[in-house]
Design a binder for this molecule. Sequence first.
Ligand SMILES: NC(=O)c1ccc[n+]([C@@H]2O[C@H](COP(=O)([O-])OP(=O)(O)OC[C@H]3O[C@@H](n4cnc5c(N)ncnc54)[C@H](OP(=O)(O)O)[C@@H]3O)[C@@H](O)[C@H]2O)c1
Length: 290
Amino acid sequence: MLVKESQSLTVAFIGGGNMAEAIIGGLCQDAQYRLVFSEPSIDRRSYMKEKYPSVDGYGSNDQVLQQQPHVVIFAVKPQIMKTVMLDLQPMLQQHQQLHGAIPLLISIAAGISTTSIQRWLQLGNALPLIRLMPNTPALIGEGAVGCFAVPNAVSADQRQLTESLLGVVCKQISWVDKEPLIDAVTAVSGSGPAYYFLVMEAMQNAGVEAGLSVEEAKALTLQTCLGAAKMAMESEDDLATLRRKVTSPKGTTEAALKVLEAGNIRQVMHDAVFAADERSRELAEEFGKE
Ligand SMILES: NC(=O)c1ccc[n+]([C@@H]2O[C@H](COP(=O)([O-])OP(=O)(O)OC[C@H]3O[C@@H](n4cnc5c(N)ncnc54)[C@H](OP(=O)(O)O)[C@@H]3O)[C@@H](O)[C@H]2O)c1
């Protein structure tokens, strides 16, 4: 259900927390979107009203659905997704009966499968439903997100709309065609920022031990990480080639890389990613239970 470009498109958020705010903050400048959200906390609603005057906050999910949204984004904690779904079920069912269609449903709740959502909503398996796994840099507009659309239920226009909405917070948008791959996305980009925080922390500490001030070591570490990522993005070379190009024989980089390889950094990163992948599957099972 898409509207013509000149009409406004209502996007509803269930939950007005950090992730909802990041997307709202990016979208609220664009007049084509009318943004509404539900949020039980009065303080949080007041904060949002002050910061985003054009966005309407409501105390209940029912009130938000009464705004006839074209898209509903579920941005609540995974533990309360089931409660929210059971709460919204009658209204969505009524909407389906009245309009013959359901708004596009987008869930960003980590670990909640589309099968669980379908089971809780009891509106059939042809619901236009998309599951996302964003990461925390989305909070500053630098996110990476993995998306899974329920097969044969989400139109090309709805995928494109999802990309436009996500584009305000994510620089990388990847679609996976099998839902279990969302666990792999979680293990690489979802949890990934923390891997880099750890590596940067270790680099900063080593720089301090080598004689730099904390401020210098931190600034040099952060810019090096950012610069390396940007260089890799802009270069035609793959990562291994880029590494070889900055590694002169018998030079300083080679000396450092030898230590990293001897410490089995490749195996350590492999095991870390696979541990996150496995944990993501375990959590999905836990959250998806009746
Ligand atoms: N933050 C991230 O970077 C990130 C990354 C990947 C995925 N996610 C996913 O994004 C979702 C939201 O995360 P977040 O960090 O934005 O969490 P958050 O800041 O806690 O936001 C959730 C909001 O939902 C509100 N809420 C609670 N019960 C509600 C209900 N029944 N109806 C409507 N709203 C309700 C909460 O209010 P109260 O605080 O008053 O309970 C809170 O303001 C999570 O499922 C998380 O897995 C987040």
